[in-house]
Design a protein around this ligand. Structure first.
Ligand code: IFM
Length: 449
C-alpha cells in the first residue's frame, strides 16, 4: 500500500529539547548559576513553585536517553548547550567537565547515527553576565561570540549543524519586556536593546562557527506565527500589520538584509522605547546581523488573530476555532502552511527546518502503563500534513523536529505542561514512550504515513 502523505527522500526527522528544561544537575561539576536558576529559585515566579534543579536528570541519564532516541528511529537530535555549564562566569576560562558532557553526548549520538543539531543559546544565560546588564548590554553579545568560539572549537569537528539562538523574541520580550521569563525585567526599552544584541551576537558568531567547523551549516531559530486580521476593517488590518511587525518582521527583516522595519521603528520611537538609532545600532551592526546563513529554523505552534479592540462597528469575521491545547494555544495547522509559504515568497530563504512543533496534553499512564495520547498524534498529523502541503508547493523545507523528545520543565508553567512524545515520571525519572512516539517512529520509517 502506498502512503497517503509521502515526504521527499532525505527529509530529516528529529526531536528537540533544551538544556535547562531537561538536564538538571544545576550545580554539578563546576557549573555556574544561570538566570533560570536564579529566577526559578525566586518565590512566585514558577506556577508550581518548581525549578530545573533536577528536571529529567538528563545530565546523569544521557546514555539511556540517546538509546531511547535510537529506538524511536530519530535521525537528528536538536539540543542546546548550557552556557554556564561550559563558562561558569559567562567568559573564559572554560569548565572542562561541562564541555566534556557535551563531547560525550555528541559521540554517543554519532555512534547511533543521529545527527546532532546544537543550539548555542536557549535562554540560560550565565547569571554573572546578567549582573552586567545581560542582553540589554552590548558586552553580552561579545561574550556570546567567545562562547561560540570555545564550543565550536571543541565540537566543530563532529557537529555540522549549528543554531545560534532559539527564539530571540521570547528571550528579549518575555525576559526583559513582560518579565514572565528570566531575568524577569519589565521594561520595553531593555527588551528592544536585548533584541538587538541577541541578533548582533548571532551575526558575530556565524563566521566564528564557520571558521571552527568546516562545512558546517549555520542558522538561527525564530518563533514565528502567521498573523490574520480578525476582519477586513482598516483597524484590524492595521492591528495585523503591527502584530506581524512585533512577532515576525522585527527579527526576519534585519536577518535578511532589510534593516529593522521602518513602521516598527517609528512606533517604538513614538512609544519612547527606542533611543536615537546611533545609541543602539552602531555602524556595521546591520551588516553583521545580515550575514548569510544556511538555513532558518522555524518554531511554530499556533497562529495569531489580530484585532483592534478599540475600534467599534467592526465585528470579527475570523474567530479562533474551539480546539486548544492545554497551553491554551489554538490548534491551527493551516497557519503553519501559510507561514511557510509566506517565508518562501517574502524572504527567499534557501533552506528551512521546523525546529519545534508539538502540543501540551497531560495524558499519563493507564493501569497497564500505556500512554494513550490521541490528541497529540492528531495534532502532529495535522501539522505535518500542512507542512507537506508547503513542501509540495515548493517551500525548501528539509526537516522536522518534534517538541519535545520528553516531558520537561515548561518554564514559568513548571512541570504542569507536558509536551513530550515520551512521558517522564518525575518521581522515578522513568521514561515511557507515549502512543504518539510509536506513531512518530512509524512516520520516520515510512517517511510519511
Ligand atoms: O518549551 C518551549 C521551548 O523551550 C521553546 N519553544 C516553545 C516551547 C513550548 O512552550
Amino acid at each position: 500500500m502506498t502512503n497517503t502523505v509521502q515526504f521527499p527522500d532525505g527529509f530529516l526527522w528529529g526531536a528537540a529539547t533544551s538544556s535547562y528544561q531537561i538536564e538538571g544537575a544545576w550545580q554539578a561539576d563546576g557549573k555556574g548559576e544561570s538566570i533560570w536558576d536564579r529566577f526559578s529559585h525566586t518565590p512566585g515566579k514558577i506556577k508550581d513553585a518548581s525549578s530545573g534543579d533536577v528536571a529529567c536528570d538528563h545530565y546523569n541519564l544521557m546514555p539511556g536517553d540517546v538509546a531511547l532516541m535510537a529506538d524511536l528511529g530519530l535521525q537528528a537530535y536538536r539540543f542546546s548547550l548550557s552556557w554556564p555549564r561550559i563558562l561558569p562566569n559567562g567568559r573564559t576560562p572554560s569548565n572542562s567537565a561541562g564541555l566534556d558532557f557535551y563531547d560525550r553526548l555528541v559521540d554517543e549520538l554519532l555512534a547511533k547515527n543521529i545527527a546532532p543539531f546544537i543550539t548555542l543559546y536557549h535562554w540560560d544565560l550565565p547569571q554573572a553576565l546578567q549582573e552586567e546588564g545581560g542582553w540589554a548590554s552590548r558586552s553580552t553579545a561579545e561574550a556570546f561570540t567567545t562562547y561560540a568560539d570555545v564550543v565550536s572549537q571543541k565540537l566543530g569537528d563532529r557537529v555540522k549543524n549549528w543554531i545560534t539562538h532559539n527564539e530571540p523574541w521570547v528571550a528579549a520580550f518575555m525576559g526583559y519586556g513582560n518579565g514572565e521569563h528570566a531575568p524577569g525585567i519589565k521594561d520595553m526599552a531593555q527588551a528592544l536593546r536585548a533584541s538587538h544584541h541577541l541578533l548582533l551576537s548571532h551575526g558575530w558568531a556565524v563566521p566564528v562557527i564557520r571558521q571552527n567547523s568546516p562545512g558546517a551549516q549555520v542558522g538561527i531559530t525564530l518563533n514565528l506565527s502567521q498573523v490574520y486580521a480578525a476582519s477586513s476593517s482598516w483597524a484590524d488590518l492595521q492591528a495585523a500589520r503591527y502584530t506581524d511587525g512585533f512577532l515576525n518582521r522585527w527579527f526576519l527583516d534585519p536577518l535578511y538584509g532589510r534593516h529593522y522595519p521602518a513602521d516598527m521603528v517609528h512606533t517604538y520611537r513614538q512609544q519612547g522605547h527606542l533611543p536615537a538609532e546611533s545609541a543602539l545600532v552602531q555602524p556595521g551592526d546591520l551588516e553583521a546581523i545580515a550575514v548569510p546563513t544556511d538555513f532558518l529554523g522555524v518554531n511554530n505552534y499556533s497562529r495569531a488573530i489580530a484585532r483592534d479592540e478599540t475600534a467599534v462597528n467592526n465585528p470579527p469575521t475570523l474567530l479562533p476555532n474551539d480546539n486548544f491545547t492545554e497551553m491554551g494555544w489554538e490548534v491551527a495547522p493551516e497557519g503553519l502552511r501559510d507561514l511557510l509559504l509566506r517565508l518562501h515568497l517574502d524572504y527567499r530563504i534557501p533552506k528551512l527546518y521546523i525546529t519545534e512543533n508539538g502540543a501540551s496534553y497531560g495524558e499519563g499512564p493507564d493501569e497497564n502503563g500505556r500512554i494513550q495520547d490521541p490528541r497529540r498524534q492528531l495534532f502532529l498529523q495535522q501539522y505535518l500534513g500542512a507542512i507537506h502541503q508547503a513542501v509540495q508547493a515548493g517551500v525548501p523545507l528539509v526537516g522536522y523536529f518534534v517538541w519535545s523528545l520528553m516531558d520537561n520543565f515548561e518554564w514559568a508553567f513548571g512541570y504542569k505542561q507536558r509536551f513530550g512524545i515520551v512521558y517522564v515520571n518525575y518521581e522515578t525519572l522513568e521514561r515511557l514512550p507515549k502512543d504518539s512516539a510509536h506513531w512518530y517512529r512509524s512516520v520516520i520509517q515510512q517517511n510519511g504515513w
